[in-house]
Design a protein around this ligand. Sequence first.
Ligand code: GDP
Length: 459
Amino acid sequence: MAQLPHPARAARLVILGRPNVGKSTLFNRICGRRRALVGDEPGMTRDRLYAPAEWMGTRFEVVDTGGMVPSVKELIPGEILRQTRVAIGEAAQLLLVVDSRAGVVPLDEELAQLLRRSGKPLTLVVNKVDSPQSAALAADFHRLGIQHVFPVSAEHGLGVDDLLDHVAAGIGIAGLPSTSGEKEAPTTSHVINVSIIGRPNVGKSTLLNRLLNRERSIVTPLPGTTRDAVDAEVERDGRRFRFIDTAGIRRKGKTHLLAEKLSVIQARQHLERSDVALLMLDATEGVTALDTHIGGYAHESHRSVVVVVNKWDVVAKGSRTIEEHTTRIREQMKYLDYAPIVFISALTGQRLGKLVATIEEVAAARRLRVTTAEMNRFVQRLDFDRASSPGKPLKLYYLTQAGVAPPTFVAFINSTRKLHFSVERFLENRIRRQFGFAGTPIVIRSRASKSRGPGRKKP
Ligand code: GDP
């Protein structure tokens, strides 16, 4: 599985509020109860809890200030204020939690005022809204003067998804790199996990042997996996490629039927561990039913895919051209329209350099991030009306990239309905046309939004 890059210091989401409003329950809900107690950072108090969290590809750190505002009686205003300021200072976003059943109490008002003045993106979480009927209880809290209000039940998990969408969109925007279309800096430790999948006799073993012989390779037995699941690493220009389960690629079924079944099982297993899948086809046989079957799994796995048409040494002398082959493949594997196609001969080594370059390109595209500024310009120029059906016009307020590997986008729209397939396709095509994303599937989700942007200040 691709590892998402973890920033040196994750953006912090700080949860504040008076005692017993449900901060810790919310904290646990967001972090999936993976609590970590960190006490030795300078300026920190032991009673703050930190935990990593992730929402739709956006990683952040959650801070529960549970112990910071003790009971009102014990308030030592100076100390509380000092600690609150430290926590606010470190925050990328602030969540003020209140109790819907208790109504607005003076301490809520004081905290709201303090947090508003910080100028940090602030969201009000009205907790203990356990049923749609009690949602009305949230209305009273608007007088705290916080623009973004989310009624939730931390206990039952209600409304927390919407809250996290909002939070992650804000963090995603704040945490994006500043230059346009910037690729994540390739680190020396970043290995590209590659699987070679396809039906029997398309030339998987031959290609693997070629690639391993051509480059300096290290064969690494993997602890914890089956005895003969052996990966092989190859280094090229400082880039490391890890071929998944080389023993599996070489393993042959005893009968034709067994071999076919094995090729499907292995494709599924290998996809799970890869960033990039090489879906191999045999040029002399065209696209078979088994090819489309395996190709379907490759697409569904959300891995990046390169279609590798092998045995080109035989075909090149024959009739069909590259264009004709490409048309056939596109027709029969419509879902893999984003996958580049490379024509090779594993036997002669023809175009293997091009194949390796394509793997690199596709691996980089998988981790490409588009900046908010670039995305906003893109949305402004987008002829979105064309995708919108007659009747109530669909509005796209903004689009944000919530994650990489695979690139995931959230479209904030004026509807609670899921985006129609055709609208999703429209957005995907335009994103590809503008930014590239070769070989990788793109995930588009939508969220209803009333506002034009996350984390904005009061109007
Ligand atoms: P696998 O079952 O997918 O691993 O396929 P193999 O690598 O075992 O190859 C099956 C057969 O196709 C072998 O006889 C190979 O020599 C042959 N083969 C593989 N690649 C090529 C190629 O590029 N050109 C030609 N002409 N034959 C190939």
